[in-house]
Design a protein around this ligand. Structure first.
Ligand code: BG6
Length: 489
């Protein structure tokens, strides 16, 4: 019999992330029998709530991939019996000591392991870490803490946060989440590259013309303006989600799949990146737009956003890796809110075939001669490769067609939410998908100078209508490097 137990305390249990992501992910893990035999979940927040009220909240807001299953209700009942609530202040050692007492009741007779998920703003999480680590860290098992971005807003504040965390925790107790690393297709990047002979040999400046990392959302900052205005899209998406994908994409082959080996390679590639130039960045902000009789608000219409805010809700940037593999290859990033669709994609555009025999069979669009590999992270997960192909018939006309791996038609299983994978990894102590502090430093070193430049110069964003394809400046930026955005093809 397993004598160890795990309690997962969600600090900030009444918040949005907890309701939308953390509790549903925990339930899905429970449903899939992935949680240890002895597990308990505690919600911790300032609001007064009973266990029953927490259970009610969890079951009401629980929307996840499991919903459709037949025995969902029954499993939910069992799951809720393992959920408890404790109300307390985030900086109160006394309140965490009360929590500790309750945790002990559930842990009696076991090797007690404790995982704290800090789903609270960073300005209060240091105090919470302090109180939790003093009053509620496990006496005989492990204690781990999951923290979520924002990890500061620049190199300096991030370093201060790291120093503060390390007063109370060892690096190997800190699990910094970037939830994009938990996405199925992001995890698959390494599989695709390192276990298929046809990709890895082509993975360099010799064959790749440019790489594009595209994030778009078809909704604005609705309800999150207060948070967002202090960060902007570069900090919200580029410095973490897109840069993490870039690091995984571009790193050298790790020694093994071990977390340290992978993260060593990611840090190396991040440290090889050229400082981002101000004229390699375009920023935008959405303005209101009326379509089909519906009025979509401007970013600054949000009451929690200053009316003259210059915070970008869109950005495009050209990045370069100054190493032997990638010298001169533009890595173009684009991220925006309130655009015309929701998608995250990695696009790899290959070089022209030298002396292509079939050049004249393509018509006028030279772009059609080159291969493009598209990894669609979401929605409709897919990997497809654009190849040149003969249009069937007696003539010799070529077109570009897709070799298409669409997940929904190929695989019948559901794709787990990123938070499921990450929570499970944290419970199991697998660190591969979490950000090490030197990775975080490298990511900030890359973006801090250009963010400072943009802010010091009070750069005015290019305004784009809500629901549009974003500022035209993004096209000029790509054109500067003789690139066309693949999502416009
Ligand atoms: C978060 C950002 O990290 O990621 C949000 O703070 C963004 O602004 C979200 O909406 C996107 O995540 P997903 O998984 O819905 O693509």
């Amino acid at each position: 019999k397993d004598k160890s137990s795990v309690t997962i305390t969600v600090v900030g249990a009444s918040g949005d992330l907890a309701k939308k992501k953390i509790f549903p992910a925990l339930f899905a893990l429970y449903y899939e029998d992935c949680l240890p035999e002895h597990f308990t979940i505690f919600g911790y927040a300032r609001s007064k709530m009973t266990d029953a009220e927490l259970r009610d909240m969890v079951s009401k807001t629980l929307t996840c991939r499991i919903d459709k299953r037949a025995n969902c209700g029954e499993k939910m009942e069992q799951f809720l019996k393992r959920c408890f609530y404790h109300s307390g202040q985030y900086d109160s050692e006394a309140n965490f000591a009360e929590l500790d007492k309750k945790l002990k009741e559930h842990e009696a007779g076991t090797i007690a392991n404790r995982l704290f998920y800090l789903s609270i703003p960073p300005n209060i999480f240091i105090n919470a870490v302090k109180s939790a680590s003093i009053s509620a860290s496990s006496a005989n098992g492990w204690t781990r803490v999951i923290v979520e971005k924002p990890f500061g807003r620049d190199s300096e504040s991030s370093a201060a946060l790291t120093t503060a965390l390390k007063q109370y925790l060892e690096e190997d107790q800190i699990f910094r989440i970037d939830h994009y690393l938990g996405k199925e297709l992001v995890e698959n990047l390494s599989v695709l590259r390192f276990s298929n002979l046809i990709f890895e040999p082509l993975w360099s400046r010799q064959f790749i013309r440019n790489v594009q990392l595209i994030f778009s959302e078809d909704f604005g900052t609705e309800g999150r303006g207060g948070y967002f205005d202090n960060y902007g899209i570069v900090r919200d998406i580029m410095q973490n989600h897109l840069l993490q994908i870039l690091a995984l994409f571009a790193m050298e082959t790790p020694v093994s799949l071990d977390a340290e080996d992978i993260r060593n390679e990611k840090v190396k590639v991040l440290r090889s990146m050229r400082p981002i130039q101000l004229d390699d960045v375009v920023i935008g902000q959405y303005k209101s737009h009326t379509r089909g009789g519906v009025n979509y608000p401007a970013y600054t219409d949000d009451k929690t956003v200053p009316h003259n805010s210059l915070t970008p809700t869109f950005a495009a940037a050209a990045l370069f890796i100054d190493n032997a593999r990638w010298d001169g290859v533009p890595f173009l990033m684009k991220a925006g809110k309130a655009l015309h669709d929701r998608r995250t994609e990695i696009r790899v555009q290959f070089r022209h075939v030298p002396g292509n025999l079939y050049k004249r069979n393509f018509g006028t669009n030279l772009d059609h001669e080159t291969n493009e590999l598209v990894i669609r992270v979401q929605p409709d997960e897919a990997i497809y490769l654009k190849i040149n192909n003969k249009v069937p018939g007696l003539g010799m006309r070529l077109d570009r067609s897709n070799l298409n791996l669409l997940y929904s038609t190929r695989y019948s299983g559901e794709i787990p939410d990123a938070y499921e994978r990450l929570l499970l990894d944290a419970v199991e102590g697998e660190r591969r998908l979490f950000i090490r502090s030197d990775e975080l430093d490298a990511a900030w070193s890359l973006f801090t100078p250009v963010l400072k430049d943009l802010e010091d110069k009070k750069t005015v964003p290019e305004y784009y209508p809500y629901g549009s394809r974003g500022p035209v400046g993004a096209h000029y930026l790509a054109a500067k490097y003789k690139v066309r955005w693949g999502d416009f093809a």
